[in-house]
Design a protein around this ligand. Structure first.
Ligand code: CP
Length: 305
């Protein structure tokens, strides 16, 4: 039985296969409409979500399966003190596969250790978000047509940004990658990611506090939100929240074929005036999430069209 806790749980070849299945789902949706007819997905979301939970649910419904779960920890028995281990031991008897989001780093890993059905990490605190990365990779595949020889700028909250951590891990396995890490000093990439996935792999990188200074070099700009929910101190959040705002003036300094990605939700970090720019891919990116999650559910349940 396979789980997806970290994007590196999937080999580069398996990611290529998932992308190929997702492309076939996009081209031939009817072929996949009943492949999970007798299967149930449990979405256990201990933290808020729009895209991840709803795209997982839409994915399972589009495969013919059914969905149960909760979208708020307060409506689960965790409020009575039930552990993650006990929760998944019980849910293993009600469903065939679990997608779990949790504010505590490592919770989906604990879940996987106590589950008899596959567990997918749908985001754990400031740690990892592997299915967002699969979504990002499907978007890059469609928009850039390659995973190698790319200059990738990651901008905003690189410290707590779980989507950033997982994307760096994933891209560190391709050749000719250069990372441009753009953040305030206080929100720099943590050493557990920088050392293992950039420095130890001799990947070219530069750090900057200015988006304007580096935007012209980038093939991909991955914007992220400064996340209020990860701060202990409201004052620090208010001071840092508008550190970077991508607007039309900054886009004029970017390459004509640079793409802008964002896992969403956004707050102020991308001005809505950028939304009409053909290089703004973030809404297309959110839509790709459903198709790659369909491919992932099929892989972990070992079902074929
Ligand atoms: N990208 C993402 O994880 O969005 P949600 O928090 O809405 O699921």
């Amino acid at each position: 039985m396979r789980n997806l806790i970290n994007i590196l749980d999937l080999s580069v070849e398996e990611i290529a296969e998932l992308i190929s299945v997702a492309d076939d789902i996009i081209a031939n949706p009817a072929k996949y409409r009943h492949v999970c007819d007798d299967k149930i997905l449990a979405t256990l979301f201990f933290e808020p979500s729009t895209r991840t939970r709803l795209s997982f649910e839409s994915a399972m419904l589009n495969l013919g399966g059914k969905v149960l779960g909760f979208s708020d920890a307060n409506s689960s028995s965790s409020t009575k003190g039930e552990s993650v281990a006990d929760t998944v031991a019980v849910v293993s008897g009600y469903a065939d596969i679990i997608a779990m989001r949790h504010p505590k780093e490592g919770a989906p890993m604990v879940a996987a250790m106590h589950s008899t059905i596959p567990v997918i990490n749908a985001g754990d605190g400031g740690h990892y978000h592997p299915t967002q990365t699969l979504t990002d990779l499907l978007t890059i595949h469609h928009e850039k047509g390659r995973f190698d020889n790319l200059v990738i700028g990651l901008c905003g909250d690189l410290k707590f940004g779980r989507t950033v951590h997982s994307l760096i891990e994933a891209m560190s396995r391709y050749s000719g990658i250069r990372f441009v890490l753009i953040s305030p000093e206080e929100l720099k990439l943590p050493s557990f990611v920088k050392q293992e996935y950039i420095k130890d792999k001799n990947i070219d990188y530069v750090q900057s506090t200015s988006l304007e200074d580096v935007i012209g070099e980038l093939d991909i700009l991955y914007m992220t939100r400064v996340q209020r929910e990860r701060f202990f101190n409201e004052e620090d959040y208010l001071r840092l929240k508008d550190s970077y705002i991508l607007d039309k003036a900054k886009m004029e300094k970017a390459k004509a074929d640079m793409i802008v990605l964002h896992p969403l939700p956004r707050v102020n970090e991308i001005s809505t005036e950028v939304d009409d720019d053909p290089r703004a891919c973030y809404f297309r990116q959110a839509h790709y999430g459903k198709f790659i999650r369909m491919a992932l559910i099929m892989k972990l349940l070992e079902v074929k069209a």
